[in-house]
Design a protein around this ligand. Structure first.
Ligand code: AMP
Ligand code: ZN
Length: 467
């Protein structure tokens, strides 16, 4: 059965096959910048990538799936200035950048688990691959694609005439629009490969390099890590649709200039989750997280089902009502499937095989998950043997990932995603109060922690807390 995906590079659906001799699909997905919690918009993109991976596996491909963790070099502006997102996170929480990165990486991985997203074959951190990034910049420098300004080493986009093609950019217009912010850049589309640390300030994260002490630009990390783990050409590169114009355009430019080879055969992009007319974003302050949905009594898989209800290339509008509908749909699916558990046998009747084929065709047609979900629902209404229904449920759930093979667990709020920074801050306030013999204040803080289900114990090593 033909498998086809929409390729952003050609703006068309193309059949997907692997080149001769490539044993596993080489997929690279741009991962989170770990300066804050992932919001459910980010997670929509990772859920789409999970459907992609599961679909490839359903079609019998082995998959080598790499996801990065951006823990350095992502500035708040695409124009290579503005604050460093990690340092902003450190300022906000009063922790070091390393602690911030570590904490939000942990919470991110918990969200993946809760949403039943399969672990990638490799997680890779930007700070563990500084040498690979330096090496890539050196190659670009040797080949004449870079220039130096007072604040860093930049990629010279004029030397890559195909630069505007991927995102269909109007470079002339861009140039005129950003004359003021360009600084010493020769062109608005040039971007930093390596930034120098400010002379009068020691940065929390900085490394030595052939160009002096500094840190890598954000875009270079993905090219360097993707090539390090998967080779110079990938089969599929994914991300959210916002990455098309700048991040992925830059990845293509620097990778293809360095190697002379196509960087990725397929580019796939997930469209944004919106709330009303706003896109959800970490920098805009208010955003929804998986743990917030859990606090409101939702099972994270309710959100996964919600994500299944729209095609990944369409905007998806979040409302609480829509999430409640998804919860009801998942409950009703479980009502029908829980009774089938343990009854699965061969899928052999003509009707059952037809459902299996239709399902496979739907997911293979550029991940038409809403249609696949419809096929599951129609199948459950049909007059099929329970053993075949049970087998089809298990088979479809390999891709849907809704845990339909196990009894639905009602969500009992767990306190795993508690804000450790807030707890630490409360404990130091309490210690301060105790030092000042302000017992009323110290008791008040203990009660506040108790209301968060946190128990504290004062011992010789200070105050310890547990859930
Ligand atoms: P970030 O952690 O901001 O670098 O984003 C991680 C991933 O989430 C990237 O692939 C983004 O393109 C994607 N993303 C960001 N905001 C949204 C949104 N509102 N809806 C869907 N995907 C998003
Ligand atoms: Zn990336």
């Amino acid at each position: 059965m033909a498998l086809q995906f929409y390729n952003t590079a050609t703006r068309s659906k193309e059949p997907f096959t692997l080149p001769e001799g490539v044993p596993a699909v080489r997929i690279y997905c741009c991962g989170p910048t770990v300066y804050h919690f992932a919001h459910i918009g980010n997670l929509r993109t990772y859920i789409f990538e999970d459907f992609l991976r599961r679909t490839l596996e359903y079609y019998g491909f082995a998959v080598n799936h790499v996801v990065n963790i951006t823990d350095v070099g992502h500035l708040t502006s695409d124009g290579d200035d503005g604050d460093d997102k990690m340092e902003k996170g450190a300022l906000r929480t009063g922790k070091t950048v390393w602690e911030v990165a570590d904490y939000y990486t942990q919470t991110f991985m918990k969200d993946w688990k809760a949403l039943n997203i399969i672990e990638p074959s490799i997680w890779c951190k930007a700070t563990d691959h500084i040498q690979q990034q330096i090496q890539l910049v050196k190659t670009l420098e040797e080949k004449g694609y870079t220039y130096r300004t007072s604040d860093g080493i930049y990629f010279d986009s004029a030397k890559f005439p195909r630069y505007p093609d991927f995102a269909h950019l109007d470079v002339e217009n861009l140039q005129q629009g950003s004359r003021i912010e360009m600084g010493e850049k020769r062109s608005a589309t040039d971007f930093a490969l390596w930034k120098f640390s400010p002379k009068d300030q020691k940065r929390a994260m900085e490394w030595d390099s052939p160009w002096g002490i500094g840190f890598p630009g954000w875009h270079i990390e993905c090219s360097a890590m993707a090539m390090h783990h998967l080779g110079e050409t990938l089969d599929i590169h994914c991300g959210g649709s916002d990455h098309i114009r700048v991040h992925h355009t830059n990845e293509i430019a620097q990778s293809e200039c360095a190697t002379g080879k196509p960087f990725a055969r397929f580019w796939m992009h997930g469209e944004f989750l919106r709330m009303g007319s706003d896109k959800m974003s970490k920098s805009a302050g208010e955003f929804l997280t998986v743990s917030l949905l859990q606090e409101k009594g939702f099972n994270p898989l309710d959100y996964r089902l919600f994500a299944l209800t729209s095609h990944y290339r369409n905007y998806l509008n979040f409302t609480w009502e829509a999430l409640e509908n998804a919860r009801e749909s998942l409950k009703s699916l479980h009502k029908k499937t829980d009774v089938l558990i343990g009854k699965a046998d061969l899928i052999q009747s003509e009707l059952a095989l037809r459902f299996k084929n239709e399902f496979q065709e739907a997911i293979g047609d550029d991940l038409n998950m809403p249609k696949a979900l419809g096929i599951l629902n129609s199948m459950l209404k049909e007059n099929l043997e329970e053993s075949e229904k049970a087998a089809l449920v298990l088979d479809f759930d390999r891709v849907l990932g809704l845990n339909l093979g196990s009894i639905r667990e009602e969500y009992a709020p767990k306190q795993e995603n508690v804000d450790v920074f807030k707890i630490d801050a409360l404990i130091s306030l309490r210690n301060e109060a105790r030092k000042n013999k302000n017992w009323a204040e110290s008791d008040r803080i203990r009660d506040e922690l108790k209301s968060m289900n946190i128990t504290i114990k004062d011992g010789p090593n200070g105050t310890e807390w547990s859930l």
